[in-house]
Design a protein around this ligand. Sequence first.
Ligand code: NI
Ligand code: MN
Length: 230
Amino acid sequence: MAKIVFHGQSCIELVAANGTRILVDPFLTGNPRADVEASHFEDRLDYVLLTHGHGDHTADAWDLLTRTGATLVGTYEIVTYAGEVHGIENAHPMHIGGGWDFPFGRVKMTIALHGGKIDGPNAAGYTTQPAGFVVELDGTRVYLAGDTALTRDMELLRDQVDVALLPIGDNFTMGPEDAARAVDMIRPNMAIPIHYGTWEMIDVDPNQFVRAVGDLAEVRVLEPGDALNL
Ligand code: NI
Ligand code: MN
């Protein structure tokens, strides 16, 4: 049985039944709500998935990838940046609309409407397109929306997703009302709010999201450190 662990902001750990450990958007150093430090993942890390280049998604990525030898999965531009600037060669480039069958399951890269800057040293010239992922893990399809506005393209995910992790923090991404409209478009069985409460600018009460979703889907509000078996 696959497992999801929330580590604050958009940092999500996915663990497959066979032990494969995947970390999405590692932001632990400097994350006031993170429950663990980056070193927590040093004993085993197989994949790092990056939705986009902003620091609240990539803070620990380059260092963790270098130290653990995990495989980076991201856009062509992010993978090129990681290789040329940080010397990270264990990487799999993808782009929006494309899918790939990894040993743990299929990953498809989805549209996100957001900013494309890559935060990090010597990142000029590596601007990317932000993205989301649908990760199939032990038969469960998990949608990690990344940082995004509500977009009608989400209708294309209807009935393709079992669990949807959606940003609700407003200001930089969808707020709780728009995230609930995304649930209405996608119709997952379960929705999990992310990317809120880390700082004042995204200090949103997740119960607003719970109320707005109503009975469209089961909503699970996770505190940093909470794990959920899929
Ligand atoms: Ni962002
Ligand atoms: Mn963000």
